[in-house]
Design a protein around this ligand. Sequence first.
Ligand SMILES: [Zn+2]
Length: 169
Amino acid sequence: MMNSGLQYPIFGPEIPCPHCRQQIPALTLTDTYLCPRHGAFEANPETGELIHLQSGRHWRRWGEQWYRQHTHPDGIRFEIHEALDKLYTQGYRATKVIIAKRYKDLVSAYLERSTPWRGNGDAQNPRLYGLPVEFSSDSPDQSYWEVINFDLEKEPGVPVRYPYYRLFE
Ligand SMILES: [Zn+2]
């Protein structure tokens, strides 16, 4: 155990490539994994992140899943957009978006806010794609929320008045 830990990067002898999900091997005695299609990924033992050397993209891992770490608001907004789209095709409607607290500063300026003159009492409540947004501050499992980017609360049903038109504005 000790020896193999020294030989391989922190994620072990092989990982699924974050881009194509193919299993890719570690190069022994380095922190590098090599995908034949996507090139080199470097594990950072200090941050626990995997970095794609070519693009500079960062990922963190939870279980077998990689979560891209966003540095620009468009990146996380696009990922939420895609997840909403997928949920919709699965026959669900989202009722709330919960975004990891570490993105609060990054995305806050980009959230929709109710106009105060409507007087509907939720002028402070931010929205994204028409859905109420919360941040993960009250989560009991902080380590999970340090890896994942967001979660969607959903309910089954045909989304009759679901504001999907907003996605295409
Ligand atoms: Zn790949």
